[in-house]
Design a protein around this ligand. Structure first.
Ligand code: NAD
Length: 491
């Protein structure tokens, strides 16, 4: 793939940024530069906001049934270009081609659900709230809204927001991760073909300063964010201090309990996919396994076998089961955290550090790693590693296991493997997390449910996707009305 400068998409036109600062986009399997991306300056963000604001009144007044027509076309275009987009995701993000396809399926699902906007954004009403007086609640769009997205799902995460925002009548600005901006370039190529009016959707590449301009811009009414917890907290504080709505999804450290009655073969296989899939770079990766009672020894043995035999390599090679991590800094950080865990008393049972893949020696490889006896109060137990590293803890009872699950600040996901309905119910009831998996390894909500992170994994109240997305991107207006007969001409 040639090395080229990625463009912004503003007011229906592709524009080369005049930024003085550019970054390389690097294929993490080969360490080669495949594109360059601009850190767009404030003036370009402002231009995008102004174009969106100009388009807003016309778009808002477009009937909702007409607003969803370009989304139907986008869905078809995404299907037609699935292979090309998935390859781009793998090239810039590192995950396997199969994982990239899976990611796009979940993204497309959101486009489909947002096509239900004519029903999803309906209000409600009552006649005769007092004699002869009626009351209605209607939903109106906010205006210009923006989303800031992370590196690990470059195709799916923008689609958690974009379809709902525009279906409900807003104009939208996307600031994708500067580490993986090529996928969104392709996505906007399809958006252009789908026939949205100019200004309804804009793409502005950039980094922290680009984000700050959006957070401070008086015409931007709402901010959707997905990324690490420190940045989520920062974005939430700054956006809300500026009077904007904000929904900010942060990092995670997801525990999974393995009960002694769980089907061991199934649960280890599913757990391995959760812990090592996408090289552990999923906010819904199960990164802590808590075995209960005598599940401990057989789980450790089987998990170690799966971890050490996982085929690591370039995501476009058909045999590859796990790709590289995103960049050199991330590899260094993950390997440093494994060493820290060791220093805090954990044992490295399977060690994925300092590995190479033949033919791709320069790639950012961390192989599956298992740390046993991670102390629940160690700093590692509370740090998001965001790599293919599974920490093991052990408990004697389900109560003890649930206490370990709840001993963390994050609350993105918690899972349990068991054959007991009563234990599953106790877990579902008591686990302090917003996405729960029962005999499931990655409890990723379908597009018609909210992505319900809690605690340090989410700042805000309305989540991404589905009805929450529609509520987030609309404001309610209540109309109380009286029409006395005697005021009207009598016919
Ligand atoms: P990140 O926080 O580094 O970056 C996310 C976005 O914020 C990017 O667009 C980036 O340009 C911008 N950004 C970074 N630093 C900033 C700053 N100081 N000021 C303003 N903007 C800034 O996250 P990442 O490394 O791209 O993604 C990985 C993280 O995202 C992990 O912590 C992961 O758990 C989390 N994540 C969470 C979810 C979820 O649903 N909760 C989903 C996916 C990823």
């Amino acid at each position: 793939m040639p090395n080229y400068q990625l463009l912004n998409y503003i007011g229906g036109e592709w524009k080369r940024s005049s930024a003085s600062e550019m970054l390389d986009v690097i294929n993490p399997a080969t360490a080669q530069t495949i594109a360059t991306v601009a850190l767009s300056p404030a003036a370009e963000v402002d231009e995008a906001v102004q174009k969106a604001q100009t388009a807003y009144n016309g778009w808002r007044a477009t009937p909702v049934g007409d607003r969803i027509q370009p989304l139907f076309r986008l869905k078809m275009l995404l299907e037609e270009h699935l292979d090309e987009i998935a390859r781009t995701i793998t090239e810039e993000c590192g995950k396997t081609y199969k994982e990239s396809i899976g990611e796009m399926r979940r993204g497309i699902e959101n486009v489909e659900v947002a096509c239900g906007a004519p029903i999803l954004m309906q209000g409600y009403n009552n006649e005769d709230i007092a004699s002869g007086i009626d009351e209605h609640m209607i939903r109106q769009p906010l205006g210009v809204v923006a989303a800031i997205t992370p590196f690990n799902f470059p195709g799916m995460i923008p689609l958690w927001f974009l379809p709902y925002a525009v279906a409900t009548g807003n104009c939208f600005i996307l600031k994708p991760s500067e580490k993986v901006p090529m996928t969104t370039q392709k996505l906007f190529g399809l958006i252009e073909k789908a026939g949205f009016p100019a200004g309804v959707l804009q793409l502005v590449n950039g980094g922290a300063e680009t984000v700050n301009t959006l957070l401070d811009h008086p015409l931007v009414r709402a901010i959707s964010f997905v990324g690490s917890t420190p940045v989520a907290k920062y974005v939430y504080s700054r956006a809300t201090a500026n009077g904007k709505r904000a929904q900010c999804q942060g990092g995670a450290k997801n525990p999974t309990v393995i009960m002694p009655d769980a089907d061991l073969e199934t649960s280890t296989r599913i757990m391995a996919d959760s812990a090592f899939g996408c090289a552990g770079q999923r906010c819904l990766a199960s990164s802590v396994a808590i075995t209960v009672g005598n599940a401990r020894a057989p789980f450790l043995e089987q998990m170690s076998d799966i971890a050490s035999s996982r085929k690591v390599g370039y995501g476009l090679d058909a045999a590859t089961e796990m790709g590289p991590v995103i960049n050199a800094k991330s590899k260094e950080r993950i390997e440093g955290l494994i060493a820290k865990g060791e220093a805090e008393g954990a044992q490295v049972i399977v060690d994925g550090r300092q590995k190479k893949v033949q033919g791709y020696e320069d790639g950012y490889w961390v192989f599956p790693t298992i740390l046993d006896n991670v102390h629940p109060d160690s700093s590692l137990a509370h740090t998001e590693i965001f790599g293919p590293v599974l920490s093991l803890m052990h408990a004697q009872t389900v109560d003890e296991a649930i206490a370990l699950v709840n001993n963390r600040a994050f609350g993105n996901m918690a899972c349990i493997f068991t054959a007991s309905g009563a234990v599953a119910r106790q877990f579902r009831y008591g686990a302090d997390a917003g996405n729960i998996g029962i005999n499931i390894g990655v409890a990723a909500p379908m597009a018609f449910f909210p992505f319900s992170g809690w605690n340090e994994s989410f700042f805000g109240d309305l989540h991404a996707q589905s009805r929450h997305g529609v509520e987030f991107y609309t404001q309610t207006k209540v109309v109380v009305e009286r029409w006395p007969k005697e005021w009207s001409r009598q016919f």
